[in-house]
Design a protein around this ligand. Structure first.
Ligand code: GDD
Ligand code: MG
Length: 341
C-alpha cells in the first residue's frame, strides 16, 4: 500500500530546536524520528511513500538523497506554501497520482499500531476513510472521535475543552483513505483535515474509526519528546534495534562522559562532553552539547552545540537551542526556552 507522511509542520511547540531542524528529523536515542516511523511502515508492508514537505524540506531531501528511508522508497512532495493537513494530502496525492486506497500518517507519531488490522477494519466497514484511535487520559490536546457501536464516527472534535470531550479515544494520526476523499478537498488554499474534511465525512456517515491499544505517542512537545526517548531507553517500544543502552541510558561512542557523571534515563548524542560530577536525569543532549562539571540537569533538552556552564541547575522543562551558552551557576526551571532564530 502507498502512503503519505505529513511532515510539513513548523514544530512550534519544540522551538527553538525546530528553527533549524524539522521536528521529524530530531533524533530519538540517536536515530532521526522519521527513520523510526519508516521502520514501522516497512514492517507492515508499506513499500512506497510520499513525504509531504513544506517546512525546511531540504533537511529531509539532503539526508535521504537516494530516496530511501529505512528500506522504504520515498518521493518528495514540496508544497509551495503551507496547505495545512488536508491541503497537503491533496497536493501529495495529486502530484503522485494515488488512485488506490492509501495510508496517511502524521509524521510525528511513534507507534507500534498494527496497520494490517486497520486496513482490514477499513475494508470490512466499507467507508471512505478510517481513523486509528488511541485512549488517553487528557484528550484535550488531540482530535476527539466518538463512534457508534459499529465504529462509525458520529463527530470529530479537534482539541475540545477537557470537560467537553465525549470520549477519551483520540485520533492517533493514522488513516486509511479512499481516493474519493481527495476529491472532497478544495484545491484552493489551506484546508484542515481535522476541522473540515473529517467532520464532513462524519456528517455523510462514511467515516469509521478503530480503537487500538498499541504503544502510541505524539512526540510534538518537549515533554512527549523526552517521554519518547525514555520509553525507548526502557524498552517500552521496539521501534528500532537500539544498541548500547546501558542502565536505561545511551551515549554515542564519540561522546566523552566523565567517569564521575551519573546518567539516568538520559541520552548523550554524538560528540557531546559531560564533565565531572554532572547529573543527568530524563535529559537529552543533542549532538555536540557540552555540560560542564558539577551541573545537574533534569527533564530538559539541550540543543546541538549548546554549552551549560559549570555548577548550573536545570529542571523541568528547559529547552536550550542550538549553540546557546548558559552561564555558570545558572538556575533554570519551568517552561524555559532559550535561543531564537
Ligand atoms: N505538509 C504539511 N503541510 N504538513 C503539515 C502541515 C502543512 O501545512 N501542518 C501540519 N503538518 C504535519 C505536521 O508536521 C505533523 O506531522 C502532522 O501534520 C500533524 O500536525 P501537528 O501540528 O503535529 O498536529 P497536532 O499534534 O497538534 O494534532 C494532530 O495530531 C494528533 C495526534 O498526534 C491532529 O491530527 C489531532 O487530531 C491528533 O489527535
Ligand atoms: Mg503532533
Amino acid at each position: 500500500m502507498k502512503s503519505i507522511i505529513l511532515v510539513g509542520g513548523k514544530g512550534t511547540r519544540l522551538r527553538p530546536l525546530t528553527y533549524e531542524t524539522p521536528k521529524q528529523m530530531l533524533p530519538l536515542v540517536g536515530v532521526p524520528m522519521i527513520e523510526c516511523l519508516f521502520e514501522w511502515l516497512g514492517r507492515y508492508g508499506v513499500t512506497e511513500s510520499v513525504l509531504s514537505l513544506g517546512y525546511l524540506p531540504d533537511r529531509f531531501i539532503e539526508a535521504y538523497p537516494t530516496n530511501v528511508i529505512a528500506g522504504v522508497r520515498v518521493s518528495y512532495a514540496v508544497e509551495p506554501e503551507p496547505l495545512d493537513t488536508a491541503g497537503a494530502i491533496r497536493f501529495a496525492a495529486t502530484q503522485f497520482d494515488l488512485d488506490e486506497t492509501f495510508l496517511v500518517v502524521n509524521g510525528d507519531v511513534l507507534t507500534d499500531l498494527n496497520i494490517t488490522k486497520l486496513i482490514d477494519f477499513h475494508v470490512e466497514r466499507g467507508g471512505e476513510a478510517t481513523i486509528a484511535l488511541h485512549p488517553v487520559d487528557d484528550p484535550s490536546r488531540y482530535g476527539v472521535v466518538p463512534t457508534d457501536a459499529d465504529g462509525r464516527v458520529t463527530a470529530f472534535l479537534e482539541k475540545p475543552k477537557r470537560d467537553e470531550a465525549p470520549t477519551n479515544l483520540i485520533n492517533a494520526g493514522v488513516y486509511i483513505f479512499e481516493p474519493s476523499v481527495v476529491d472532497r478537498i478544495s484545491p484552493y488554499g489551506r484546508v484542515n483535515v481535522e476541522k473540515e474534511t473529517f467532520p464532513a465525512l462524519a456528517a455523510d456517515r462514511v467515516l469509521f474509526a478503530m480503537p487500538d491499544r498499541a504503544y502510541w505517542l505524539d512526540t510534538g512537545t518537549p515533554q512527549t519528546y523526552l517521554q519518547a526517548n525514555i520509553d525507548i531507553l526502557n524498552g517500552r517500544q521496539a521501534m528500532h534495534a537500539y544498541t548500547n543502552i546501558v542502565d536505561c541510558s545511551w551515549r554515542h561512542p564519540t561522546s566523552t562522559v566523565d567517569a564521575t557523571a551519573t546518567l539516568t534515563n538520559s541520552v548523550v548524542d554524538e560528540n557531546c562532553v559531560v564533565g565531572a560530577n554532572v547529573v543527568l536525569e530524563e535529559t537529552v543532549l543533542l549532538a555536540g552539547a557540552v555540560v560542564q562539571s558539577d551541573s545537574v540537569i533534569r527533564s530538559s533538552i539541550i540543543g546541538p552545540g549548546a554549552v551549560i556552564g559549570r555548577f548550573s541547575q536545570l529542571g523541568a522543562t528547559c529547552v536550550v537551542g542550538a549553540n546557546e551558552h548558559v552561564a555558570p551557576a545558572s538556575e533554570l526551571s519551568g517552561e524555559v526556552r532559550l535561543g531564537g532564530v
